[in-house]
Ligand binder design. Sequence first.
Ligand code: NAP
Ligand code: G4F
Length: 384
Amino acid sequence: MPKVAFITGVTGQDGAYLAEFLIEKGYTVWGLKRRTSLFNTDRIDHLIKDEHEVGDRRFHFLYGDMTDSTTIIRTIQQIQPDEIYNLAAMSHVKVSFDIPEYTANADGIGALRILEAVRLLGLTEKTKIYQASTSELYGKAQEVPQNEKTPFYPRSPYAVAKLYAYWITMHYREAYNIFACNGILFNHESPVRGETFVTRKITRAVARISLGLQKKLYLGNLNAKRDWGHAKDYVEAMYLILQQDEPDDYVIATGVTTEVREFVRKVFAEIGIKLGFTGSNEQEEGVIASINNDIFEGKVGAKPDHLRAGQVVVEVDPKYYRPTEVDLLIGDSTKAKTKLGWIPKYTLDDIMKEMVESDIDLMKREECLKNGGFKIVSRLEEKR
Ligand code: NAP
Ligand code: G4F
């Protein structure tokens, strides 16, 4: 019998990559999906098969919401999963300051609802649980780099909600002997990263600026440093965590940290634009120092006639500042490397290159679509 996995948050970045990964491993995958007024399955369209056309389906949807216990219990009862990956969350740190109560409910109590369902349904021996914990738990980091023993100091309603989820997962492991694990994942990105997270916001904007569709990129804190990996590497770690003999918690990170400002510079450099930064704080600007026409034309497929040296293409807008910031994250994943044999394959340069190329392609397709072209493949498919 194929193993059965239940993924909450299947329409998100990680859910999509994980579903694909598990299906390739032979699993039957059930995904929890919120009802939305428009389709939001772009990232997983390639996995969805019409039941009227295909007999053997490996991927299924169920409607539900992390704030709705009864549906979660009914769903888990129906599926009887071998593994649950709890990825659903209001995952945007800045937005969590605007909707803290909802964030606590979905991200914090949501994790409890999954654990309690497994306990109530008598599945504690059968079902393993992965909880999507986060490096945001370290917040005002108490040591550098951060590992499984580093004390937590959350700095946002999101991180506080995730702190509850972390501890309740560990508590259910100890109190009820459930195979429940925390993956403390540092930031991970991809071409299907949500458009309002900083890396994707940057690669999208650089693509649009290069094509003359946008003039400037407005950002918040350029000084923040993050340990950025690739979502594909990170979903493999989630799977490995649940394949161990004993449940445990693991830090998943690359061990390399990069400033937001440096990420911006690198993405512009990828299309042949050398960027300099002048000024400080809210007056800081990113200015084109020079353009390598050959690289630009090779990457963008057009001439940079609308761009010139001295042009300001990046500005700071304080509306993107957070009431409290997480200044520096860098993870030490020695435990994952030793015990899981997990080694990330992608470097930050690989990720950035893949993302900007994908966004240039996407922007061209969107423009083509506006002008009467056809959308023929899903976003994830076209980015693989
Ligand atoms: P994401 O792209 O924002 O996806 C979040 C998923 O959760 C989406 O499928 C979303 O559905 C779903 N969701 C949100 N609220 C829900 C609710 N109330 N009920 C049911 N589903 C709900 O996030 P991600 O980057 O894939 O991250 C996956 C998980 O890992 C999240 O828990 C995140 O907090 C955590 N994490 C992420 C990172 C990272 O760098 N990516 C690092 C550490 C931890 P819709 O599509 O309908 O919005
Ligand atoms: O890309 P971000 O929004 O990601 P953040 O806050 O680190 O959170 C992400 O990673 C966490 C893991 O550590 C996950 F748990 C969480 O779910 C999410 O996936 O911001 C990264 C940094 C921040 O310091 C932010 O202040 O970039 C800075 N930044 C500067 N300008 C910006 C912007 N962030 C966003 N989103 N938009 C800006 O304009």
